[in-house]
Write a protein that binds this ligand. Sequence first.
Ligand SMILES: [Zn+2]
Ligand SMILES: [Zn+2]
Length: 199
Amino acid sequence: MPCACQCVTPCKGLSEMRIHFDQLKESGLSLEFEEQPEFFPVLKEMIESGECVFLAPIKTRLQAVRIAELVEVEGSVETTVRLTCSRCLKRFKTPLHSQFALTYTKAPPAVPQAADGQEIELSAADMGMVHFKGEVINLQDSLQEQLVLAFPLRPLCRETCKGLCPRCGADLNTSPCNCAPPPFNSRFAALKDLKLGRT
Ligand SMILES: [Zn+2]
Ligand SMILES: [Zn+2]
């Protein structure tokens, strides 16, 4: 597939993932594109480890504006995945969505002067910016990071999922089992008694 964006390095037809700094006007640029999850190394790992199944491509919408030597990029990434519930171990389908606003900077930031005249070194990252080299902003890393952030830390098929019985393994969403209630409940009850005793 020929590269439509005329990058110096071969870009495998993934021209939408790159913003050309010199072509970016102050009026800005709107982009909308889809990418296969396998294109992002971290997502590819998740697929291969079985942690997650992607049911849709990664859809990105963004707007980029150039302000002097800075490029402001605002947008969103979304997809649909199948995850494993951390309580009942059932697989479930869920949308993922993340909105972001990033500032890319070409030149290293100006070195601010401290009161005593000593120079303070600040990296682009310290200032909440993403540094880019050359004339092309490659969005791949940033988009990947945004999508990883959209994943729930503890996936739940639903907020009220009762999970599996720790003793017999029965799915408590389907029906209660005959085991005694887990110790958490009795401890909670004791706490309640304590509170009542104090008032
Ligand atoms: Zn569940
Ligand atoms: Zn049980």
